[in-house]
Design a protein around this ligand. Structure first.
Ligand SMILES: Cc1ncc(COP(=O)(O)O)c(C=O)c1O
Length: 436
């Protein structure tokens, strides 16, 4: 494939942006080559600056559950933008989107819109700390919650440890307010609560951990986390920026039927525009300014154009059969490709939950539930597979630890094509004799 234009645009971009990008994962550092510059998208397809066409399974890392440039989103944005882009005053679009979400969600009474997932999580943390009067937070190793200072930490050695910053510029004193434990590890969690229980304002977790691979947890482990929070009077924050509206309308909370105290959203609710949100029951939300003492604000929060993009998308998610169809589509790609890899004894195993998908690596059928279960050669394997798939017009995000996403716009024909191309790509990378 010719990538002359993309390469030239990237060479220009590195003069203006650190690493040539405005978000690090776009930089192709983990895979071969330079980033594609995208000119347009429609439905399941994207076209790069050289006119190459791809079936897109990155879907902007999750927001585009209806695919690219869906007519109902485009027309609602156009209609809204004709009347102005921002007023610094409430608009009817905010009410409409909030109503659609809150009226169909058992876990939240009130919501506050912000402009990104990161902002949603940092606001939720502040609220939890104010509500409980405790400053420490517990997070799980491998879960990503945006670039919130207190959550940019990783585990040190030992089971329950104080966080050690994984970014320059995060003071040790702040990182020390974060306790990090491995996923899927009851003993570590129990130990952390025994040692710090009365200091922990909240446990924040991705209930479907999906930022260092798809590390699906046992429902019993999630329930254990919830029980520990209740016993220790800590709040449970489900960060559903990625998982929200994916396995079902109520996200992972609904899927597992576990009630978080605060929940954060992003991605899908904005239809591809910058939106985030946090919500909780009344008793907690009444602490938020101007009702309560927890200050949190935003010039562009609840922006009418962003709301206009989210409204039709959330309405589509509410249609009967929407999630069954998404699940069926996703399974019809993931299962045959997984089985093909197994038949050929390729070290590839695919996982999905709802419309979230992950290509994982390993020789066996073992579960992958924590970072320790991730195959050490995953990075190298993914790099080769990514390049082989891209050459065949199948686009996954350029990191083996990031998720792929199915959209409603992907047709059965797209899925058949993708299936064939993914199997061909595995043949190219892992060619071995098939098992008999
Ligand atoms: C679980 C989770 N939380 C928070 C964020 C941060 O959201 P944003 O990139 O919109 O700031 C992300 C982003 O991928 C995420 O996956």
């Amino acid at each position: 494939m010719n990538r002359q234009q993309s390469n030239a645009l990237y060479d220009e971009a590195v003069k203006d942006f650190p690493g040539g990008v405005n978000s690090p994962v776009r930089a192709f550092k983990a895979v071969e080559g330079k980033p594609l510059f995208i000119d347009k998208g429609k439905g399941s397809r994207i076209w790069d600056a050289d006119g190459n066409e791809y079936i897109d399974f990155c879907c902007s890392y999750g927001p585009l559950i209806l695919g690219h440039a869906h007519e109902c989103i485009v027309s609602n944005i156009k209609e809204t933008v004709e009347n102005g882009t921002s007023f610094g005053a409430p608009t009817r679009q905010e009410n409409e989107l909030a109503g659609l979400i809150v009226d169909h969600n058992r876990f939240i009474d009130k919501i506050r819109f912000v402009s990104s997932g990161t902002e949603a999580v940092l606001s939720a943390l502040r609220l939890a700390k104010a509500y409980t009067g405790r400053n420490k937070i517990l997070k799980f190793e491998g879960c990503y919650h945006g670039h919130v200072d207190q959550l940019l930490v990783k585990a040190g050695s030992g089971l329950a440890t104080f966080g050690e910053s994984s970014s320059a510029g995060v003071p040790d004193t702040l990182a020390a307010e974060t306790i990090v434990v491995p996923l899927n590890d009851r003993e570590a969690l129990k130990k952390a609560f025994t040692e710090h229980g009365d200091e922990l304002g909240a446990v924040v977790m991705e209930p479907i951990p999906a930022n260092t691979g798809l590390l699906i947890q046992h429902p019993e482990f999630l329930q254990f986390v919830k029980d520990q929070c209740v016993a220790n009077h800590s709040l449970l924050i489900f960060d559903e920026v990625l998982s929200g509206f994916r396995p079902g309308f109520e996200g992972a909370a609904g899927y597992y039927n576990i009630a978080p105290d605060i929940v954060t959203y992003g991605k899908v609710i904005g239809g591809g525009m910058p939106v985030g949100a946090y919500g909780a029951r009344d008793e907690i939300m009444q602490h938020v300014s101007p009702d309560g003492p927890v200050y949190q604000a935003g010039t562009l929060a609840g922006n009418p154009v962003a709301m206009a993009a989210g409204i039709p998308q959330i309405k589509a998610c509410l249609q009967e059969g929407f999630y069954e169809e998404m699940e069926q589509k996703t399974a019809s790609l993931i299962e045959p490709v997984h089985n093909y890899a197994k038949e050929h004894r390729y070290p590839v195993k695919l996982f999905h939950i709802g419309s979230i998908m992950w290509i994982s690596f390993g020789e066996d059928e073992a579960e992958v539930r924590s970072m320790a279960d991730i195959h050490p050669k995953s990075g190298e394997y993914f790099k080769q597979l990514h390049s082989a798939m891209m050459e065949r017009g199948i686009y996954f995000g350029p990191s083996g630890f990031e998720m792929a996403f199915m959209s409603y716009a992907h047709t059965q024909e797209d899925i058949e094509t993708a299936k064939a191309k993914m199997c061909e790509s595995m043949d190219e990378v892992f060619a071995r004799e098939p098992a008999n």
